[in-house]
Design a protein around this ligand. Structure first.
Ligand code: SF4
Length: 705
């Protein structure tokens, strides 16, 4: 058919933290004919250079209004926007007046765009006067943030994707990148670097690795303490770098010294030969990247695990150089953008901590009289506070905590009992939406407009190329409308997402010229961009400021860190076992993660037939020996039970699991299938530094059904 017309928009993929550029073309084959959307990789985007994985390339199949929330809905009945916004504002106002600002909370999402995040954070921390704003990124990478801050002085990812092209060795820890970050995995393969995978279970990634270290779940810190000790023993330390650019090395090495290879091999359940092969590879390979993800972070000791990895890079000076560095990869498309604006309850804005000085300055910048003075409730504490009645009104945006939180069914019950629950979402029926008093229809990918930041600190545009459906509005518009009804109209009078971005950029550089300020996140060079420049935004890596107007590909090349004295800090790590230990009643360890073709709770990917073909129903992966022991056949329905609840899945008998360990994908939920929410089984133990819950290790028992 001859093409009648075509309009091309460059945007970014809404799924993983790789942040691939997407070219979406609306095509019409005849006048008045049906319009189709064609999706391709954006060849100009540096993250993917034209490539897309199966999820990204199926985006066109996920469009359409089926299942969308298209009108506001109050107590189950459609209503108009004025009624909905009046209800939201009056409930928040009543609750604050009666119980104080800490009785309300927002729970945000790495699916939101930076501009949405910015106004939500500003409203809560500047005008309502509480820092009870947290995000589902807490579940994903908050331990990586805490560890970077401890070691490098800021939440600053040192590396970039080109480093993956240059690396000679990539150590993937707790990451099934072949499925979860496929485009980056392809880059590693193209670079022909040696791949070492550290993961308790076999995966598509470990199958393609040169070496797979199937460690005991949760033993990562011992593995890297042992590596630090080995590097010191075999003369692989960069003494000049340690002396000139770091501190606390002696303490870290002293703590690591007890971790001999023999002890590590036993603790991690590895063959000594295998372990030494890894240690030798790391010792002798100049360009080495450690690439890690949720397998490290979703732990009650995730921050320490991160620091044990970073220690090895500092000890060898393998940071700030091409092809080197500790590289934390985010799960979500805008987990990093949320961090930048203060989406985490323990951060203020623009990566600022809650110091009295920062509170005063941000208050002055926002002209806000009611600034939060200290950190708010992190995700697990936030929903505990909903349950206890301390939080009486919660607004949840673009996420599904009734499925994703540990002990998820308890979270759902707490929400059902909460006096006011507001949910903004693009879909009408989710487990969380079922708990809401008020549902607000939000725009989604293909309609939303704003910016996101990917795992290499690269800010890119997400652009709307389809009209808003029904009565849906952008999240930032909804938040500003509520702010206006709360009496803050002047501070939330934005004409566009570009307006918000300019303010966010200006705040990141506000009074940064003072001596004691050493801020990583500074995009002040973008504070005056025009609407046209925002529209045609060239992807750029922060910092973007007067010193680096074209952005910054790699941090710490000069050995100057963001700590007060400019030195990176070694952290002495004492490895700890996971909190959820197996016992007689619950003898097996349940791990969880993503499948290749699905995303989160499948509200988008579940619409594409070809993505469902990979796996259509909740699964439970189990080793043949364990299956025999419990009388479980392949494809048989199995009940998995922890002290918190139960999960039903079809057995997939596979030797990729070790005996004693199970794996279940996270994508299904109780609203999709009976007892299908895997997070419902987890006890909400959290990391003491980051507040990230231990979702990767649940003690369970099983039986065939
Ligand atoms: Fe989207 Fe991630 Fe796939 Fe890229 S790798 S197309 S960002 S899901």
């Amino acid at each position: 058919t001859e093409l009648f017309s075509a309009r091309r928009s460059c945007t970014t993929c809404p799924y993983c933290g790789v942040g691939c550029g997407v070219a979406a073309t609306r095509e019409m084959t005849s006048a008045g004919g049906e319009e189709v959307v064609r999706i391709q990789g954006d060849e100009q985007h540096p993250a993917n250079k034209g490539k897309l994985c199966v999820k990204g390339s199926s985006l066109a199949d996920t469009l359409g209004n089926h299942g969308r929330l298209l009108k506001p809905r109050l107590h189950g009945v459609d209503c108009d926007w004025d009624t909905a916004l009046d209800f939201a504002a009056s409930k928040l106002r009543e609750t604050i007046d009666e119980h104080g600002p800490d009785s309300v909370a927002f729970y945000l999402s790495g699916q939101l765009l930076t501009e949405d995040y910015y106004v939500a954070n500003k409203l809560m921390k500047g005008f309502i006067g509480t820092a009870n704003v947290d995000t589902n990124s807490r579940l994903c990478m908050s331990s990586a943030v805490a560890a970077y801050k401890r070691a490098l002085g800021a939440d600053a990812v040192p590396c970039n994707y080109e480093d993956l092209d240059e690396a000679e060795l990539v150590v993937l820890i707790g990451s099934n990148a072949a499925w979860t970050h496929p485009i980056l995995f392809q880059r590693m393969q193209a670079a022909k670097s040696k791949l070492v995978v550290v993961d308790p279970r076999g995966s598509a990634t470990s199958e393609m690795a040169d070496l797979h270290l199937a460690i005991t779940p949760g033993s990562d810190a011992a593995l890297f303490n042992g590596l630090l000790h080995y590097l010191a023993e075999f003369g692989a330390l960069d003494q000049g770098f340690i002396e000139n650019h770091t501190e606390n090395f002696t303490e870290a090495l002293y703590t690591a010294a007890e971790w001999t290879p023999e002890k590590v091999a036993e603790y991690c359940s590895l063959e000594l030969e295998q372990l030494l092969e890894f240690y030798e590879l790391f010792r002798t390979t100049e360009k080495a990247i450690s690439f890690y993800s949720q397998g490290v972070n979703q732990s009650s000791t995730g921050t320490d695990k991160n620091n044990s990895i970073i220690n090895c890079h500092l000890a060898t000076g393998r940071i700030g150089k091409p092809g080197c560095g500790p590289f934390s990869i985010t799960g979500q498309p805008n987990a990093m953008g949320g961090r930048e604006v203060g989406g985490l309850a323990n951060m203020l804005a623009a990566h600022m901590d809650f110091t009295a000085d920062n509170v005063e300055r941000v208050g002055r910048f926002w002209n806000a009289a009611n600034m939060a003075k200290g950190p708010g409730l992190k995700a697990v504490d936030l929903f505990n506070a909903v349950e206890s009645g301390q939080v009486k009104a919660v607004w949840i945006m673009a996420t599904n905590p009734a499925v994703s939180m540990p002990d998820a069914r308890r979270v759902a019950a707490a929400l059902k009992n909460c006096p006011t629950v507001i949910v903004s979402d693009c879909v009408a029926d989710t487990d969380t939406a079922r708990c809401a008093d008020l549902l607000l229809p939000a725009t989604t990918w293909a309609e939303k407009t704003g910016t996101v930041t990917n795992s290499e600190r690269r800010i890119s545009r997400q652009k709307g190329f389809l009209p808003k459906p029904g009565e849906a509005r952008h999240d930032w518009e909804i938040i500003c409308d509520v702010a206006s009804r709360l009496g803050f109209a002047e501070a939330f009078d934005y004409a566009s997402a570009a307006d918000i971005f300019r303010e966010h950029a200006a705040l990141s550089g506000f009074e940064n010229n003072r001596e004691q300020v050493r801020r990583a996140f500074d995009i002040s060079a973008l504070a005056n961009i025009s609407d046209a420049e925002y529209d045609n935004f060239t992807p750029v890596q922060w910092p973007v400021n007067a010193a680096n107007p074209q952005g910054t590909a790699r941090l710490f090349s000069d050995g100057d860190f963001f700590t007060p004295n400019g030195r990176a800090r070694f952290i002495a790590v004492d490895p700890q076992c996971p909190k959820q230990e197996t016992r007689d009643e619950y003898p097996l360890v349940l791990n969880s993660g993503r499948l290749r073709d699905q995303w989160h709770t499948m509200t988008r990917t579940g619409r594409a037939r070809k993505l469902l073909d990979h796996s259509e129903a909740p699964e439970l992966h189990i080793h043949p020996q364990e299956a025999r022991k419990y009388g479980i056949e392949d494809a048989q329905l199995v009940r998995v039970e922890s002290e918190k609840g139960q999960f039903f899945g079809r057995a997939r008998v596979t030797a990729s699991q070790k005996p004693g360990q199970l794996f279940a994908p996270i994508h299904w939920s109780d609203s999709l299938a009976h007892n299908a929410t895997v997070s419902a089984l987890a006890i909400p133990f959290t990391d003491p530094f980051s507040g990230q819950p231990e979702l990767k290790q649940v003690a369970v028992k099983i039986e065939p059904l």
